[in-house]
Design a protein around this ligand. Sequence first.
Ligand code: GLN
Length: 492
Amino acid sequence: MTPPALHWRPATELAAGLDAGDLTSVELTEAIIRRCDDVEPHIAAFLQRTDERALTGAAAADARRARGEALTPWDGIPVAYKDIFVTRDVPTTAGSRILERWVPPYDATVVERCSAAGMPLFGKTNLDQFAMGSSTEHSGFHPSRNPWDPARVPGGSSGGSAALVAAGAVPWAWGTDTGGSVRQPAALCGIVGAKPTYGLVSRYGMVAFASSLDQAGPLTRSVEDAAALLSTAAGHDPRDSTSIRDGAPNLLEGLGEGIAGKRIGVVEEFGGEGSQPGVRARVDDAYGRLERLGAVLEEVSLPSFEHAIPAYYLIAPAEASSNLARYDGVRYGPRRVATDIVAMNSKTRADGFGAEVKRRIMIGTYALSAGYYDAYYGKAQKVRTLIVEDLKRAFQRVDLIVCPTSPTTAFKLGERTADPLSMYLSDVYTVPVNLAGVPAMSVPCGTSPDDGLPVGLQIIAPVLDERSMFQAAYAFEQDLGWAESDEGRPNL
Ligand code: GLN
């Protein structure tokens, strides 16, 4: 068998190539630039390329390696960031015109840690404005497209990152996940995406959407890569008050331990008509595979999950309405000229924010207003507690929980933009996880027989048990073998 072209190799394999001297970081970066030039016209995944900066970083990495001073095994492997991570001297927009041409004076902790590990910054990727959306169609600049079928969305909100990784354009990329924005695009693009336990990765320098839900997560072509990238950035950060003190595991350790004897829960409430038949078929196959790998499957009931969407779409907008108050035309981005400060403020916001952002600010402000607070925000918080309790109860019986990541495969551009509710329903299997703060990841489980598009299996773990989650995902991925086969790659 001929080895796969450079651009399809997982980052950890590329790192081994650098280490063995088969490849330099500059050669790799040049190959990435060529591949991006080829695929970008089809997928429109970048908001900003930083080719020159990446090449300079690559040359520095090669020089370190030549002196025997590689900083980490990943020194010299470029990484792309969703354009919601602030990057010093590189414009950061959060996908919104309201931050157009804003150049941050500092790096997010995720960026700082990956840079300290030697990874050159390779561009900023497209997203739904302020990460509000499930398709990248709410980007203030342009939608991105799915490399499996450019007439379809890559999912969202981290759609640019997912499309690039799936297209073999960048080895790996960072996204953020508030209600599913790493896992859902990973599923729709046929790659791996992980959302860690809330607090495992610092939110410092991640433009805030809903602070009690936001987490950073890796988008990669292999489970091992996701473990490596997440482990690089995880760990306590005093600049984020919600950062967990002791959670900095090296998830590569014990990755291959397998799942023999693990108890895995299948969500009773998610079994029925809720998903596309092809998604159900692939996910059912996945359950069978987990059983053959030695896991013991049993049904678990999570009755509160059916209320997760309404609870999430009150809590997230409530937090967003507060977080987005800072875009006032004074502190960041462009300013509209007006006769007084209130008019300036409102003109700047009216022009700068997109329709979905305005909708969320209105929902959030309403839900928090005196007289309605208990009926909406208060009730949603109670549902949140029920979800936490349901999961706690389930995790007394099982080690992990599995379900589809998304109820459908990638949908067509324009199909859901006129109907916000249909867009929100894309997140039905992912939002309960953010409300509970537990870790979850999406791992590819093949293509749907009804449309040939990728399907993702979601694996949910108890708080801070990323290790078990990654072991299960790895065992599943290795046994399926889909990702390394031609079948696991879009024809682009
Ligand atoms: N699609 C969800 C929303 O629109 C989740 C977004 C996210 O995780 N950032 O809020």
